[in-house]
Design a binder for this molecule. Structure first.
Ligand code: SF4
Length: 362
């Protein structure tokens, strides 16, 4: 990207779209693509300033913090090309069975100490069926709920029955992490052992059970800007409540190990475009933040992010929580997120199993 003066036509168009979003309107796919295709750094900074205004308008200075516990590690049957935990690749990543109560209780204590809203139990497997494992998962969630330190979230893969989603809801799950990963068009390049529609169907069961949806994707896998745009539109269509934006951290041994990193401004621009498309959602910058953004990490809030994954990721390290908390303090941002009911968000999507999202061109 070359540094140039702000293009007057682009400036006017960005401002019109920003004003529309601030007043509760939506942007179209063509308009979103215009934003994703901005090239000049001056235009990108213009876009960031609007994304920041939109974040301020809908979220104030509140920042939602989440952390995760790797609740069952490695030896996964799926072949997701970005993942250290797939059994298809030799990555040296740890392997263990479903987590005992003690580490989960410790994670809850630690999270409360740092003002973290939610702790997510994340399992490396294809999905969850009825049976003893579902009983164990529900027991762990109920323990977290009883401990009362943080909100118990889970990310447990594909669900094929409404009864499973209903059991999780009854155990105390309020929010389920299930990324779409990328656009429908690009998804087969990330995974062939399950489909994009398997993921949408799971989200349908969860919504019907009354569970909030944490769903986003990964950028930097080789997808186009159009793919990133269509991912954001899909997330709007399914009514995701929290939208994690992960940035690929290439893992040696995986098919994406040699992917070139995305430029920092491209990452910030993507976050800003997501804010224009998803103005009321929590946009959470998650995996790959430290390694890809380095000194520019604090710019994510200027780009419209309103949530942060803190603590270590599933198989890679993050910067210490204290450093993140200091970053928020320095920027006058408040990590004490008190609206656990997601009441500031519009609901979209029908909420039925297999519900079709808004049509997204492929
Ligand atoms: S992303 Fe999840 S489903 Fe895919 S290989 Fe990794 S642990 Fe398995």
């Amino acid at each position: 990207m070359m540094a140039t003066k702000v293009d007057a036509t682009n400036h006017q168009k960005i401002s019109e779209l920003g004003e529309r979003v601030l007043s509760g309107g939506k942007i179209s796919r063509d308009e979103a693509l215009f934003l994703f295709n901005l090239e000049d750094s001056a235009d990108v900074f213009d876009l960031l300033s609007w994304a920041n205004r939109i974040r301020e308008h809908f979220k104030g200075n509140k920042i939602h913090l989440c952390s995760i516990v790797n609740a069952k590690a490695g030896a996964c049957s799926e072949n997701c090309s970005f993942c250290a935990q797939s059994s298809f690749y030799q990555t040296g990543s740890p392997k263990y069975g479903f987590v005992d109560p003690e580490p989960v209780a410790e994670a809850g204590e630690e999270a409360q100490k740092n003002g973290i809203t939610a702790v997510g139990l994340v399992a490396a497997w294809k999905g969850l069926n009825e049976g003893p494992m579902l009983d164990e998962v529900c027991a762990r969630v109920a323990e977290m709920k009883a401990q009362g330190k943080t909100r118990p979230d889970v990310s447990l893969g594909i669900i094929k029955k409404q009864a499973v989603a209903d059991r999780l809801k009854d155990a105390g799950v309020e929010c389920y992490g299930h990324n779409l990963e990328s656009s429908r068009r690009f998804f087969p390049q990330t995974c062939t052992t399950h489909t994009f529609d398997d993921r949408l169907e799971t989200i349908g069961y969860l919504k019907k059970a009354g569970i909030k949806i944490c769903s986003g994707g990964i950028i930097g896998m080789g997808e186009t800007r159009e793919d990133r745009c269509d991912l954001a539109l899909e997330l709007r269509a399914i009514g995701a409540n929290v939208v994690p934006v992960n940035i690929l951290n290439p893992i040696p041994g995986t098919p994406f190990e040699k992917n070139a990193p995305l430029p920092v401004l491209e990452i910030l621009k993507t976050i800003a475009c997501f804010r224009f498309i998803l103005p009321r959602q929590e946009i959470m910058v998650a995996g790959g933040r430290t390694v890809n953004l380095r000194d520019a990490q604090s710019m994510i809030f200027m780009a419209g992010a309103s949530a942060l994954m803190v603590g270590n990721y599933l198989t890679t390290l993050n910067q210490p929580v204290e450093k993140d908390l200091q970053m928020l303090k320095d920027l006058g941002l408040d990590p004490s997120w008190d609206s656990h009911g997601f009441s500031d968000q519009e609901e979209t999507g029908c909420g039925k199993a297999g519900c079709e999202p808004e049509a997204v061109a492929v």
